[in-house]
Design a binder for this molecule. Structure first.
Ligand SMILES: Nc1cc(-c2ccc3ccn(Cc4ccc(CN5CCCC5)cc4)c3c2)n[nH]1
Length: 229
């Protein structure tokens, strides 16, 4: 059962990169189908407007619910998961990407301005799985880049999409924390040598060194990921 993804956005061109490289191949292989929809196609006024002033005051504009209702109704099934990127969402992570990779149908609602009228989430929540997701604690100008990131992270986990599944095996067995540093040829570059142990062929010493490097890097860069933190 291929994974179907529908993206609804006012900037369809933002998603041109999905035709390239791994994402493009995933689509050609039939493992994934991705369709991009312009929200303005679902407006009914002459100006094709999608936003209005916020109730309760506040800066900026909010996206009106009706075009979203029309657009989502055009693609939704009872198997759909509606994903709404937002700074206020639960944090997207590798486990969430793995869940999405095993879904049947994902609908991404890419907001702009200050966000989407909350009633869109409220309307679909009793009907289908709705997930408000953040990709990190910083504010983007809209949900499009967040959607690209979530699609890339999820689609690469779809069985058959990645050429070398063993890199996923290593990823999934990874110790809590960040990965070890990687090296390739040449053995010396601008006077810098590859760590000797990696050229030794002693796989147990290499594994130990990599685990050590992972711990050192995690302690330095991501102490929050250390076990027991
Ligand atoms: N992980 C992550 C995800 C996003 C993201 C996702 C979707 C949208 C849609 C519009 N925006 C811009 C934007 C600007 C300002 C506010 C600040 N609030 C607005 C009302 C009170 C204060 C929120 C939203 C998005 C941003 N950003 N970062």
């Amino acid at each position: 059962m291929p994974l179907r993804i529908d993206v609804i956005t006012i900037f369809p061109d933002y998603f041109a990169p999905l035709q390239l490289s791994l994402m493009g191949k995933a689509q050609q292989s039939g493992l994934v189908t991705i369709a991009i929809h312009d929200l303005r196609e679902f407006t009914s006024d002459r100006h094709r407007s999608v936003d209005d002033t916020p109730y309760g005051g506040g800066a900026g504009m909010v996206m009106t619910p009706e075009p979203w209702g029309q657009a989502i109704d055009a693609v939704v099934t009872d198997q759909s998961t509606l994903i709404v990127p937002t700074p206020a969402g639960k944090l997207f992570s590798q486990p969430v990407a793995a869940e999405l990779a095993h879904s049947t149908h994902l609908i991404f609602a890419c907001g702009r301005y200050e966000g989407i009228d909350q009633r869109v989430v409220e309307y679909y929540r009793p009907r289908i799985d709705v997930r408000e997701l953040s990709i990190g604690d910083y504010v983007l100008a809209g949900g499009d880049v967040a959607t690209l990131a979530m699609i890339e992270a999820s689609v690469r986990l779809v069985p058959g999409v990645l050429g070398n599944p063993e890199s996923l095996v290593e990823e999934s067995h990874q110790l809590p924390g960040v990965e070890y540093p990687s090296y390739t040829k040449p053995p010396t570059w601008r006077g810098l040598d590859v760590p000797e142990v990696l050229l030794s062929g002693h796989h147990d010493q290499i594994a130990r060194w990599r685990a050590e490097q992972s711990t050192i890097r995690t302690t330095h860069n991501r102490p929050d990921l250390l076990p027991g933190s």
